[in-house]
Design a protein around this ligand. Structure first.
Ligand SMILES: [Zn+2]
Length: 124
């Protein structure tokens, strides 16, 4: 263990401690809706996520949902729709997370096919 202070929460699913964001310190981290990554994935596979109350979306929860939707192959536009956000708001949230150093905030989706192929922030 490092001397880093970890913010811990208790998973609503398994009552085990989890970190509030992905770290190398504990296997469990908050994935969304008060659930750790293991419980969240299990609930998602069983189609039971809807049974778990959605909390106010923190950056952490946003990134968890972002990762899940990216892994399901959705476009940025579709992800924004699912999250009830605008594309610009999703971009801003990702930029804020990136600035904060959260390693989950990486571009992991295909962008709009009409968009330029160069990564955002670089000159075309
Ligand atoms: Zn759990």
């Amino acid at each position: 263990m490092t001397t880093t202070t970890l913010a811990l929460r208790i998973c609503r699913g398994c009552d085990r401690p989890m970190t509030t964001h992905l770290t190398d310190e504990l296997p469990r981290y908050h994935r969304g809706r008060g659930l750790c990554n293991f419980c969240h994935e299990g609930a998602r596979r069983r189609g039971e996520l809807v049974d778990h109350e959605r909390l106010n979306r923190t950056r952490d929860e946003f990134l968890d949902e972002w990762q899940t939707l990216c892994s399901e192959g959705h476009t940025l536009r579709q992800i924004a729709e699912r999250l009830g956000m605008t594309v610009a708001a999703v971009d801003q949230a990702l930029n804020r997370a990136r600035t904060a150093g959260d390693r989950r905030a990486v571009p992991a989706i295909r962008t709009d096919p009409r968009a330029p192929r160069t990564p955002r922030g670089r000159a075309a």
